[in-house]
Each structure stands twice: as C-alpha cells, then as structure tokens.
Design a protein around this ligand. Structure first.
Ligand code: ADP
Ligand code: ADP
Length: 224
C-alpha cells in the first residue's frame, strides 16, 4: 500500500473538517503496522479509505501497484471483497446467523460453491479454535469468542490485507491477548495487517507504529 498526499475533507453547511491532510506512508506486503493517535486525528477516515469503503478527495492510493483512489463504488466493492478482511471493535457479527453462517458470508458474496464453502469455513473455525461452537449464535458466546469468529470471517477469503479497528477494545486483557496472538499468526503466514489501536500494549505486537495527529503522520517508529 502506498498513499501519497491523501486528503479528505468533510463538509457540512457550517463547517469544513480536514480529516486527512496530505497524509503519506507506505506499508509493504507482509508488514504488521499499528496506527495510533488521539481521537479525531483521522484514523477511522483512513481505515475507510484503505478498506475501499470511501474515497479520498485528493492524493494517490496504490493498492498492489494499482491506483484505486478514484475507483467508483462498484470497482471498489469488487476489489474489497476479494482482497480485504475487516475486524472491528464491536465484532459486527450478525446475531440471527450462527457462528458457521457468519464466517461463511464473505464466501457467499464472492460466489464460492457450497461444498468448497463448508471446507474453508471449517478450516478457519479450527484455526481460531471455535469449531465446537459452530452452531451457536453470537449472543451465546463470550466477547473473546465473538472476536475469534469475526477474525475467522475476516480471513475466510484469504485476503492479502486485514484492517483491524481497535480489535481488542471490547475485550479483557486475556481475551485481547488471544486475539492479538491470532493476528500475529496470520501475519506470520503472510497477511499484511494494519491495525488502529489506542493500546501501546497491542501496538507492541506490530512491527511499526504510524503515529497520526490532525490528519498527518507525526513519526513512523521502527520497532525493534
Ligand atoms: P478518529 O478515528 O481518529 O477519531 P475520524 O477519522 O473519525 O478520527 O475523524 C477525523 C475528523 O473528521 C474529526 O474531526 C471528525 O469529527 C471528522 N469527521 C469524521 N467523520 C465525519 C463526517 N461524516 N462528517 C463530518 N465530519 C466528520
Ligand atoms: P465472559 O467471561 O467473556 O463474560 P461468559 O461468562 O459470557 O464469558 O461466558 C462463559 C462461557 O459460557 C463461554 O464459553 C460462553 O460461550 C458460554 N455462554 C455464555 N452465555 C451462553 C449462552 N446463552 N448459551 C451458551 N453458552 C453460553
């Protein structure tokens, strides 16, 4: 990922808010990067653009060497569903679907056949150690278990990139560490991870911290 001079301005009738102010950085294939900064500095805006959920007003965004900054919604959706997995603070599972069905969703969106879906969902549920709960509903699971299902859903399509927004924000420290371990394993298997976090503890699982302030990077610390 290479973003250069990325700009995003939110306009309402009274005010203009510059959310991203010529933001630039690069994330190499296989990196695990933490993005940190105070509330309002533009982290969610950045994740939305990196996740191809929103487009910037100006600047360049290279994704796998393709300029995607000005892709329309249809092309963004196509790229997104094959290449990017999302993990959220609030898990965002669908309460009416079982663990298995939640993890299966991205495969339905990308048109994978039922037999292949079953095989791949079982694989990822094993990986996050939640197979024994495959027929349970999210509300029957603890927070840590729900986040493991969300991670399974994020990786079931073997995305090259995982975007995580405060993935441990609703978890106690032991469940939080389990989820961070899981992200670390996925990263070691080759998945690039960009994680927004307020937790210096969680950031230590990453290779590098990008610190933001007022829509810009402050420093890019190389971790030891
Ligand atoms: P963070 O995730 O770091 O808290 P955000 O990306 O949510 O920051 O917000 C960056 C700035 O843009 C903030 O000043 C916020 O109030 C503003 N902002 C975010 N979304 C909108 C929106 N939809 N409309 C207007 N202003 C917004
Ligand atoms: P936590 O300590 O994270 O709050 P809980 O006390 O909610 O966890 O859950 C403890 C265990 O009981 C977990 O394994 C969870 O899956 C299980 N559990 C909780 N509620 C239900 C339920 N309604 N039906 C089935 N299992 C449940």
């Amino acid at each position: 990922i290479k973003i250069t001079a990325l700009e995003k301005v939110y306009r309402t009738e009274e005010v203009e808010t510059v959310a991203l102010n010529k933001l630039s950085f690069e994330v190499k294939h296989g990196e695990f990067v933490a993005v940190m900064g105070p509330s309002g500095c533009g982290k969610s805006t950045l994740l939305n653009i990196l996740g191809l959920l929103d487009d910037p007003d100006a600047g360049s965004f290279l994704f796998n060497d393709i300029e995607v900054a000005h892709f329309n919604e249809r092309k963004r959706a196509e790229l997104r569903k094959h290449n990017i997995g999302f993990v959220f603070q609030s898990f965002n599972l669908i309460d009416e679907l079982t663990v298995f069905e939640n993890a299966e969703l991205p495969l339905i969106y990308t048109g994978v056949k039922a037999a292949e879906r079953k095989k791949r969902v079982e694989e990822v549920l094993e990986k996050v150690q939640i197979m024994h709960r495959r027929n349970h509903y999210p509300q029957q699971l603890s927070g840590g278990q729900q986040q493991r299902v969300a991670v399974a859903r994020a990786v079931v399509n073997s995305p090259k990139l995982i975007l995580a927004d405060e993935p441990t924000g609703n978890l106690d420290s032991s469940n939080g560490n389990e989820v961070m371990q899981l992200l670390t394993e996925l990263n070691e298997q080759g998945t690039t991870i960009i994680m927004v976090t307020h937790s210096e503890h969680d950031a230590r699982y990453s290779h590098r911290i990008i610190r933001m302030l007022d829509g810009q990077t402050v420093t890019e610390n190389i971790m030891i």
